[in-house]
Design a binder for this molecule. Structure first.
Ligand code: ADP
Ligand code: MG
Length: 684
């Protein structure tokens, strides 16, 4: 990395330790961090209007001369500074409240550039709290009279400060060295890095801004794709994995014993998985399929295949409840076949755990199902052949790699119930091959979904009580409180107490929330599972996994606070049995976006459709961050909007990974971009 860019931000002129501390809140630690602190948006302040033509209630820019400055104190604690300005066309008044330093700042005769919202009052044109720059003072206009960047800012670091600092950094570092290979710059018609960084902050015009953005988005996606494809390629070419044999007796028997026939999508996915396993290169496959689409059985068949070949299989789930559920499912599916299963969660006693660990080490366990507990250092396998991780979005690339590292190049199958739109899959799972189960097993009744306001609450809960009285079970999901588990838990307790006293009087209610100990939680979940609890009041802890076919009603309070993908996951808890299921979304939100989101829920149950919509409505950040996947954050690329650039960047990266000399050229940048994931990806 060029030295200047990596310099600590506190050495930039105008920064110092105090400002450095505030900049740290914006994740700005080096000059490069500052230069890649991209504007959130821009304001076009480049066109000067004559004062006379200023329009009411619109934000506009004009240039004028100061005529008079006065200060008034209409009442205690209120200071009004009024500056009268004029141009050839008319007079305007600039007004500020409690900013008396302005009184001495402006003097008659000064030239100003003013940016703000104009209002016509009686016969005067007035601007309250406008932004102003004195023309003689600035060599280059940063804040007005141009297309102006607007940054994510923070306490004590306002827009003007950021603009000033960025200007300083750009000047100090000029010319900023290129980091993309020359042939890629040429081939994809990109502008240079120096010019791009200059124009992304201070675009001379819109066209320059478009060019700059395209170049920087390309750069960001190129490095990300390079990392992902490097990983994928290395797995394909460099490593000798396990070559499983074609299906033998055991695999065939398990398949024959299934109480149903696989759907076409399941069959295709299974074929793809088996082909990978029978190949020498290690499998790196993502199995996508909606909740209830039948992924578990596919995982089970893959695990059986590895066992049949004399290897061990491991399956990792994100929660203890889910791990236990998988354990039971597999125990049933694989009963009486001589396959030895074990469960490894944080809940085992030390003695039980030691026993499982010994059995794994000695090859006395064939398939282990567990939680994060599987990743601990003292977990060793005799010969791990296949690693399955379920609900991948809860784990990161790092964790996947940790489990994989417990064997010698085992095959890896990643399962996710979060349908991932194509752009997202390329960005986040770019290193994996993908199989998709799109259709649900036959015979499922669609869930009837309604979106209602709080006024209907009474009717909704009476309906729930009637369904429960008829023998069904129900979930009530409490509003999401993203910032605080504690507040969320408290609200859940309140709702539980209130419902148990009123609508659900005489029914057995249970409560689960994130602040309960896992034993308490499990006790409640098990009681619900066995039917002892009729109504379960819960926070999103029930989102993943739980399978209670008799539960047919779900009420989601504060539904607007959830994303579509999350609502879809929640709703996936019902509609699993023979009875008609109902999902009722309660929301008092007035926002059009929320209303639209909830309306979509009532019209489709296709997770892929919902995921695409969610991505469009809420943007990728909300959908799920890349950071948790161990990948660099995207600072400028928007994977919905920038699909075209993504595809180009991926193509460029694809070509680059096949040329070892390029790696040396890119190494230092890759190290910086991938941070702690670097060694894992490039030198694992
Ligand atoms: P997922 O893990 O994708 O959420 P599961 O594997 O838990 O889904 O499957 C949901 C339910 O559907 C299970 O009860 C399973 O036995 C059943 N199932 C799976 N595949 C089929 C099929 N092809 N036909 C009928 N039922 C199936
Ligand atoms: Mg599942």
């Amino acid at each position: 990395m060029p030295e200047k860019l990596s310099t600590n931000i506190k050495y930039l002129k105008g920064v110092g330790p105090a400002r450095a501390a505030y900049l740290a809140k914006l994740n700005i630690f080096s000059i490069e961090d500052l230069l890649t602190h991209y504007p959130r948006r821009y304001e076009d302040r480049s066109y000067f209007k004559p004062i006379k033509l200023l329009e009411d209630n619109e934000v506009q820019t004009f240039r004028a001369t100061v005529v008079a400055v006065e200060e008034r104190k209409p009442r205690r604690g209120l200071t009004l500074t009024k500056v009268t300005v004029r141009d050839d066309s008319a007079v305007a008044q600039l007004v500020w409240f409690n900013q008396s330093y302005r009184k001495t700042r402006y003097r008659p005769g000064m030239e100003l550039i003013v940016y703000g919202k104009a209002e016509r009052r009686f016969n005067t044109i007035q601007l309250v709290n406008p932004e102003v720059e004195i023309v003689d003072e600035v060599e280059e206009l940063l804040n007005v009279g141009r297309i102006v960047p607007v940054y994510p800012a923070t306490e004590n670091i306002n827009q003007r400060v950021l603009r000033q600092l960025v200007r300083q950094a750009l000047t100090d570092c000029h010319p900023i060295p290129e980091i993309l290979p020359g042939n890629i710059i040429c081939r994809y018609n990109l502008i240079g890095r120096d010019q791009a960084l200059e124009s992304i902050h201070f675009p001379p015009d819109k066209d320059a801004l478009t060019q700059a953005r395209r170049r920087l988005v390309f750069e960001e996606l190129f490095f990300l794709q390079y990392g992902l494809l490097y990983l994928k390629n290395r797995n394909k070419h460099e490593f000798q994995g396990i070559k499983h044999a074609q299906d033998g007796k055991l695999s065939k028997e398990v398949l024959a014993r299934l109480p149903f026939t696989l759907t076409t999508d399941q069959q295709v996915a299974l074929q793809e998985i088996k082909a990978d396993m029978e190949d020498t290169r290690p499998m790196q496959r993502l199995l996508q399929g909606d909740v209830g689409s039948g992924k578990t059985v596919i995982a089970a068949l893959a695990l059986v295949k590895t066992v049949e070949n004399g290897y061990q299989g491991a399956m990792m789930a994100p929660t203890e409840i889910l791990a236990e559920q998988h354990f039971h499912t597999l125990s049933r599916l694989l009963a009486n076949l001589g396959i030895r299963l074990a469960l490894l969660t944080g809940r085992l006693t030390k003695r039980e755990r030691d026993q499982v660990l010994a059995n794994l080490r000695n090859g006395l366990v064939d398939i282990v199902i567990g939680t994060h507990a599987l990743l601990q250092d003292d977990v060793h396998f005799k010969h791990l052949g296949l690693v399955v991780t379920d609900e991948q979005h809860r784990f990161g690339v790092r964790q996947r790699a940790l489990l994989q590292a417990k064997g010698k190049m085992p095959d890896v199958l990643v399962m996710t119930a979060t349908p991932i739109p194509r752009t997202m899959a390329l960005t986040v799972y770019g290193d994996l091959d993908v199989s998709v189960i799109r259709t649900l097993p036959p015979g499922r009744k669609p869930i009837k979904t309604y979106s209602v306001t709080g006024e209907m609450r009474g009717r909704v809960y009476n309906f729930v009580a009637r369904e429960v009285a008829a023998g069904r079970q129900a979930y009530v999901v409490c509003p999401l409180v993203e910032e605080s588990d504690k507040l969320e838990a408290r609200a859940a307790v309140q709702m539980y107490e209130q419902l148990a006293r009123t609508y659900f009087k005489g029914l057995t209610c249970g409560l689960v929330h994130g602040k309960m100990k896992s034993q308490e939680k499990d006790a409640v979940m098990n009681a619900f599972y066995s039917g002892k609890i009729q109504v379960l009041i819960a926070t999103t802890v029930i989102e993943v996994g739980v399978n209670v076919p008799n539960a047919t009603v779900m009420v989601i309070e504060g539904a607007d606070r959830f994303g579509l993908a999350q609502l879809h996951q929640l709703r996936g808890r019902i509609g699993r049995g023979e009875h008609q299921s109902f999902c009722i979304l309660i929301s008092d939100s007035k926002s059009e976006e929320s209303k639209e989101r909830l309306a979509i829920m009532t019209t489709t149950q296709d997770g892929f459709v919902l995921a695409e919509k969610d991505l469009l409505l809420r943007g990728p950040g909300q959908f799920f961050g890349t950071r948790q996947h161990g990948m660099p954050d995207l600072k400028i690329a928007d994977i919905v909007r920038d699909l075209d650039i993504l595809l180009e960047a991926r193509q460029a990266a694809q070509q680059a990974v096949t040329r070892p000399e390029i790696f040396n050229e890119l190494q230092s940048v890759l190290k910086l971009r991938f941070g702690e994931a670097f060694n894992m990806i490039f030198y694992n």
